[in-house]
Ligand binder design. Structure first.
Ligand code: ZN
Ligand code: ZN
Length: 418
């Protein structure tokens, strides 16, 4: 029997699933009356996708268009294809999604796929297919990363993912436990999740306003295996929680979210840093990473597991060895307190302070929307095809903010805000 022949959605609390759908529509994208929605999901996540569509229509959606992928059909391509068509992607479909966004459709993406679906398949075919897919997806993705439209990502507890997070449990129990973990991380506990999010967004907004006022020149991280100075980009802006897209709609791009984050200076990072949680990258686990930076560039990199994959990642392009994001998350965040390793960046990055290799976010600059790529680069913004977050926070990390004139301000002690 394959894992897909049974329906595990019965293990998921239907009331909370309904509330998660409501949060996706009312908090995630804050859907406006008459607005269309492009809803992407795996066929495994049908129960949540249908609930989201229901809440979207009740909230006044114009047209909700689901775009499903099916893991067994994806797998079949790599296992069974007799024709070598791995450099192709459905440009007609992805181009259509891009034109929907150009017409102001909101984007709701449901994640929860098997994290290692393709791990046993020919890496060359997988790499070619991924490349074709990212090229064809670029016009749509640029509208998302450039924040042209309101968008959000929420999670659904797919069986394969649940079994990876809770390997010792039966299928039903693993799905039920991952569902509960997703609900509580997504602040779905309690009777008024939309109100919970209003409060949570206000707290994050207060934190980012404070950091923007302080306008640090750099951050200094110290802890076991870590003594790292991260220069911040000129004109950087801290973001967190809800933000307003260029179409004027305020949305929460990630459900859950706990981080406040900004853009480091690609040429002003120095010292060494050790990861505090394993990084799951395209089906490979990279563990106990330690790297050393000189003038913003990683000049030494080690890992106890997955070191060859890490080194390949670093050689992707020039920007892959430099930072594009630095984010602060208190050690007491609900996701961190759960103690669960999710093998999924949407969750794991919200459990811990982290840095990201690769591309920066243009919106993390003052007036970021009006800056050209050259202006962003001149301010220290990094450019790369990759953006990979990895965790460097724990209950043993101290962080100071450094001003240009040498003054320091304690920000975090033992992983908590001072
Ligand atoms: Zn982040
Ligand atoms: Zn990131």
């Amino acid at each position: 029997m394959t894992t897909h022949e049974r329906d595990f959605s019965a293990s998921i609390d239907p009331v909370k699933l309904d509330r998660l759908a409501e949060v996706a529509v009312k908090v995630g994208v804050q859907l406006q009356p008459g607005q269309d929605v492009v809803l992407t999901a795996s066929t495994d996540a049908l129960p949540l996708a249908r609930k989201i569509a229901e809440h979207a229509y009740k909230a006044g959606a114009g047209l909700v268009t689901p775009v499903f992928r099916d893991e067994q059909i994806v797998l079949s391509r790599f296992r069974d294809a007799t024709f070598d068509g791995f450099d192709r992607a459905p440009e007609w479909l992805l181009g259509g999604v891009a034109s929907a966004y150009a017409d102001n459709a909101a984007r709701i993406a449901v994640r929860g796929d098997d994290p290692s679906l393709l791990s046993g398949q020919d890496p060359d075919k997988v790499a070619r297919a991924n490349k074709a897919d990212s090229l064809a997806s670029r016009p749509a993705l640029e509208k998302v990363t450039g924040f042209d439209i309101n968008w959000t990502i929420v999670a659904y507890p797919g069986l394969a993912w649940a079994k990876q997070v809770f390997p010792g449990e039966s299928d039903d129990v693993a799905v039920a436990r991952l569902a509960d973990a997703i609900f509580s991380a997504s602040r779905i506990d309690g009777d008024d999740p939309v109100g919970n999010w209003r409060e949570h967004n206000a707290a994050l907004a207060k934190r980012t306003a404070w950091l923007n006022e302080l306008n640090f020149d750099a951050l200094h991280f110290t802890g076991p295996g870590t003594d790292l100075t991260v220069g911040l980009a000129d004109g950087h802006e801290w973001m967190g929680g809800a933000s307003t897209a260029k179409n004027g709609i305020t949305c929460n791009p990630n459900i859950p979210t706990e981080e406040v984050f900004t853009t480091p200076h690609a040429r002003r990072v120095s010292g060494h840093v050790s990861s505090t949680k394993p990084l799951s990258y395209q089906g490979t686990l990279i563990d106990e990473i330690s790297v050393r930076f000189e003038e913003g560039r990683i000049v030494e990199a080690k890992a106890s597991k997955g070191e060859d994959v890490l080194k390949k990642v670093l050689d992707t392009d020039e920007g892959a060895r430099r930072l594009g994001e630095v984010a602060l998350v208190p050690h007491s965040s609900p996701i961190s307190k759960s103690g669960i390793l999710f093998y999924n960046t949407l969750f794991d990055e919200n459990a811990s302070c982290h840095i990201a290799l690769g591309q920066c976010y243009s919106k993390c600059f003052v007036n970021g929307a009006s800056l050209s790529p050259d202006e962003i680069a001149a301010r220290g913004g990094n450019k790369s095809f990759i953006h990979i977050d990895w965790m460097i926070g724990s209950g043993r990390i101290d962080i100071d903010g450094l001003h240009k004139d040498g003054r320091t301000v304690p920000l975090m002690r033992k992983g908590e805000w001072v």
